[in-house]
Design a protein around this ligand. Structure first.
Ligand SMILES: NC(=O)c1ccc[n+]([C@@H]2O[C@H](COP(=O)([O-])OP(=O)(O)OC[C@H]3O[C@@H](n4cnc5c(N)ncnc54)[C@H](O)[C@@H]3O)[C@@H](O)[C@H]2O)c1
Length: 297
């Protein structure tokens, strides 16, 4: 594989990428491979995992594939052990594995669907960091945590409560961890793509039995999820995303955006929040707080 950057800060280091068997995870794996990183692909889909491993190997990337359900902390431990055994150290975790979850009106959302989204999209990220961060601290060379959230984590999308909630939580965690890990030279970034051409609209394929809906029939699709599928299919080329991640990490960015055209969405939200503070500042109930200085700033 061609070396795009001969002085890459990533060269010779090791990344573990959850959900690395296809889609955005595989795109990031290839981009990191181009930076001469060792790559550990970790995924619940064993067939795709092997296909992805062979693809990276054919590109000359030092690669290991490990089976992983991100919702199981014990499996994260085993994956990390296998990675350390093969490559000696881990410097980066890319918490990318995610599922679309159920969509539809609030009252149609079942607890199995909520639990699935929470366990994979949120706890999967928590376990990934919990297991890998101590290993990065231990070798003391610094490293990276890349959490894959979504534009859905930057503002609410109707009819998509569980997905929104988990992605907003991943943005919040990333902001908190960024502060927490600064002194350990561990850079935290949160990737917030809008629509990217992947199979995220067909996450159902990876839904374990315990999270299956008791009432929804397989093949049931709300009009919202049909529209979301079309948006994903018309999204940007997945291959762009990995390269964008490397570019943004080289700039030391916390938030990594892939769709500059979505800026007004975030600006609109920020303006509404700011306006609400202005209103709170006018409240006779709160005048004693208006000029109070904050220690944290
Ligand atoms: N595609 C988009 O438009 C889009 C937009 C914003 C955010 N994202 C996020 O990007 C991430 C990657 O999704 P994608 O679009 O590449 O989807 P994808 O469905 O193509 O790929 C997801 C990968 O995660 C794996 N996976 C699913 N459940 C898992 C589990 N429990 N443990 C381990 N691996 C598991 C799948 O096997 C697959 O390889 C997700 O977190 C998703 O929410 C995607």
């Amino acid at each position: 594989m061609s070396q795009e950057n001969s002085t890459s800060q990533f060269q010779g280091k090791t990344a573990i990428i959850s959900g690395g068997a296809e889609g955005i995870g595989l795109s990031i794996a290839k981009a990191l491979g181009e930076q001469q990183m060792n790559v550990v692909l970790a995924d619940i889909d064993k067939d795709n995992l092997e296909r992805a491993r062979l693809e990276l190997q054919s590109l000359g990337v030092p690669v290991l594939a490990v089976s992983l359900d991100v919702a199981d902390e014990g499996q994260w431990q085993s994956a990390a052990e296998a990675a350390v055994e093969r490559f000696g150290k881990i410097h980066m975790v890319v918490n990318n594995a995610g599922v679309g979850g159920d969509s539809g009106p609030i009252e149609s959302q079942e607890k199995e669907g909520w639990q699935w989204a929470l366990d994979v999209n949120l706890m999967g990220v928590v376990y990934g960091a919990k297991v890998i961060v101590p290993l990065i601290k231990e070798h003391g060379e610094g490293g990276w945590i890349i959490n894959v959230a979504s534009m859905a984590g930057m503002g609410g999308v109707p009819y998509s409560g569980a997905y929104n909630a988990t992605k907003a939580a991943v943005v919040a965690l990333s902001e908190a961890w960024s502060e927490e890990l600064k002194s350990k030279s561990i850079h935290v970034a949160v990737l917030c793509p809008a629509f990217v051409q992947t199979r995220i609209y067909d996450s159902e394929r990876n839904r374990p039995a315990q999270y299956k809906s008791k009432t929804l029939r397989p093949g049931d699709e709300s009009s919202f999820s049909k529209r979301a599928r079309e948006m994903v299919q018309n999204g940007i080329d997945g291959a762009l995303v990995g390269k964008r991640v490397v570019e943004a990490l080289n700039e030391g960015e916390l938030y990594i955006f892939t769709h500059p055209n979505y800026r007004p969405v975030v600006q609109y939200r920020s303006a509404r929040i700011d306006e609400a503070f202005v209103n709170a500042g006018k409240s006779p109930l709160l005048q004693h707080l208006v000029d109070q200085k904050l220690d944290m700033l």
